[in-house]
Design a protein around this ligand. Structure first.
Ligand SMILES: [Zn+2]
Length: 232
């Protein structure tokens, strides 16, 4: 922690690469803003998921409970099944090997149940695998105007996450403007009423945090087995 603060003062981004997970039964302990993780696993990059290379890969914040890791891999594959030629799902910060504070990056992400996901995006040629998080406005354009929010693939991602019965989502934080665009896409593509209702309930612009116009922040609930030491 002292090291992290020092790095920040020096202008470098803190990294957590020396950390290793605890052994034992995987469990989320505590709450997203004050918690830790037992038996965390690191995201393995595949054709379906990758850690954003520009800033996030160097941080070594790719740890989470195994069920969140597995759900991200499944969601990346589902998008590729639903929409041909989809790039890998871009993953930003998950958490530390044993959980705990992610300062200066985030208040939450401490208990292995949070993840930041890049949006799928299009340029003039087609789908692009983003190197970093990218902000999109209500007109679905990036700040430099060169990229468009890929509403079909981002909806496929939301549909995959809310339909995944191995996890129970608590929230998918995203800006209100992007939520509206996603739900419109869901109706247009005739998604099931169940999926639409779940997306309507779970997509949410937080009132006490940035508007999330540059990523989805996914949070899953504790399992029944974790319930005692784990708080949603
Ligand atoms: Zn986040």
């Amino acid at each position: 922690m002292v090291f992290a603060v020092l790095m920040l003062v020096l202008g470098a981004e803190p990294t957590f690469c020396e950390e290793r997970p605890s052994k034992g039964t995987p469990a989320s302990v505590g709450r997203p803003a004050k918690g830790r993780v037992e038996g965390a696993v690191r995201l393995t990059e595949t054709t379906a998921v990758r850690v954003l290379p520009k800033r996030h890969r160097a941080r070594c914040l790719s740890w989470a409970t195994p069920r969140l890791i597995a759900a991200l891999e499944r969601a990346g594959r589902e998008v590729q099944k639903a929409v041909p030629d989809s790039p890998a799902l871009g993953v930003g910060n998950l958490g530390r090997a044993r959980g705990g504070s992610l300062a200066p990056y985030s208040h939450s992400h401490q208990a292995g149940r949070d993840g930041d996901l890049a949006f799928y995006a299009l340029d003039a040629q087609g789908p692009v695998a983003l190197e970093d998080l990218e902000r999109f406005d209500g007109a679905l354009k990036s700040e430099d105007g060169k990229l468009k929010f890929d509403v079909a693939r981002n909806w496929a991602l939301v549909a995959a996450l809310v339909s995944d019965e191995a996890i129970e989502l608590k929230w998918i934080f995203v800006s209100s403007a992007l939520k509206d665009a996603l739900l419109a896409q869901g109706r247009k593509s005739r998604s099931s009423p169940k999926v639409l209702a779940a997306a309507e309930r779970l997509l949410h612009q937080p009132s006490d945090a940035p508007p999330h116009d540059d990523h989805f922040h996914v949070r899953i609930r504790c399992t029944q087995a974790e319930r005692e030491g784990c708080g949603d």
